[in-house]
Design a protein around this ligand. Structure first.
Ligand SMILES: CC(C)(COP(=O)(O)OP(=O)(O)OC[C@H]1O[C@@H](n2cnc3c(N)ncnc32)[C@H](O)[C@@H]1OP(=O)(O)O)[C@@H](O)C(=O)NCCC(=O)NCCS
Length: 256
């Protein structure tokens, strides 16, 4: 159990070439990307000087053990938001709360500069990411993209399946997010649900065909529910079996 030592790590903005180099090393370690897929150091520099930011989790020796990167962005009506491109934690320190602490640094930054929403994508079959994004952070989902990055990724985490992605919307100043961060949110009775397996990576290794079937079913159901005016605003994580995405009528309240 690593949780108690979580506080020995400092979260701060990445500002130096050494900090950014740490982010590159962690990309190799966590996603096992080839160099072609690594977001290069100069992108971290440019992002910092164009309104975005990267944050790192550092140990006592100032070694980077986690990071996230977010870019300034505009929606189709010209409203600004942040697009968070990556979040990663050293494999041996995962599940100790550092992921949430890094996201909180992004939230604080967005609130300070007056940006109401941060978005990012995640693989809908990864139940850890769903639990983190929906339950712990209070994100909602209104968009599903089929094979978002195509099939060209060199990451072992992306191998075998299409790169379908959900878009998490994080309305950083909303009551929903405040409730989620204090653990005070209960989802209520859903209009519809979608099941996913507890561990898709294990399933991919055991039976890739079955993992593909899960993806096709989930893709069809997600698109159907979203097109019917529902949105996903809850997730039931089940440590002993399948977990469930929960769908509700979309009343667009998070924006307030
Ligand atoms: C995703 C990631 C950044 C999260 O960071 P982290 O420090 O591990 O996250 P946290 O410890 O803050 O939260 C993880 C939560 O998921 C839970 N969890 C772990 N495995 C799970 C599973 N299979 N299903 C559901 N929840 C799970 C943990 O118990 C923890 O929740 P809890 O505190 O309520 O118990 C990290 O795991 C990572 O680097 N993963 C690989 C890269 C990646 O997927 N990045 C995100 C997409 S870009």
């Amino acid at each position: 159990m690593i949780e108690p030592s979580n506080s020995e790590y400092t979260i701060r903005e990445c500002t130096t070439v050494e900090d950014f180099a740490g982010c590159l090393n962690l990309q190799r370690k966590v996603w096992q990307f080839s160099d072609l897929d690594i977001t290069p150091l100069r992108s971290f520099v440019v992002t910092r000087h164009s309104g975005g930011a990267s944050f790192g989790a550092f140990d006592r020796d100032n070694q980077l053990v986690g990071f996230c990167l977010m870019l300034p962005a505009f929606d189709e009506t010209g409203k600004p938001y942040f697009y968070s491109q990556m979040l990663a934690v050293e494999p041996e320190l995962q599940n100790s709360g550092l992921g949430v602490r890094l996201k909180l640094a992004q939230r604080e930054f967005a609130l300070r500069v007056g940006i109401p929403m941060i978005t990012w994508t995640f693989d809908p079959l990864q139940s850890r990411n769903a639990h983190l994004n929906i339950n712990k952070l209070g994100c909602v989902i209104r968009k599903y993209k089929v094979n978002y990055y195509g099939n060209v990724s060199t990451s072992t985490l992306h191998a075998g399946l299409d790169t379908d992605r959900l878009f998490a919307e994080w309305w950083v100043g909303s009551g929903r997010v405040a409730d989620a961060l204090t653990g005070n949110r209960s989802a209520g009775q859903p209009e519809a649900v979608i099941e996913i397996p507890r561990d898709i990576d294990e399933l991919k290794q055991q039976d890739l065909g079955k993992a593909r079937q899960w993806q096709l079913q989930l893709r069809a159901d997600f698109q159907k529910f979203l097109s019917e005016g529902l949105y996903c605003a809850g997730f039931e994580a089940n440590p002993n079996g399948n977990s469930r995405y929960l769908f509700f009528k979309d009343e667009h309240q998070e924006e307030n």
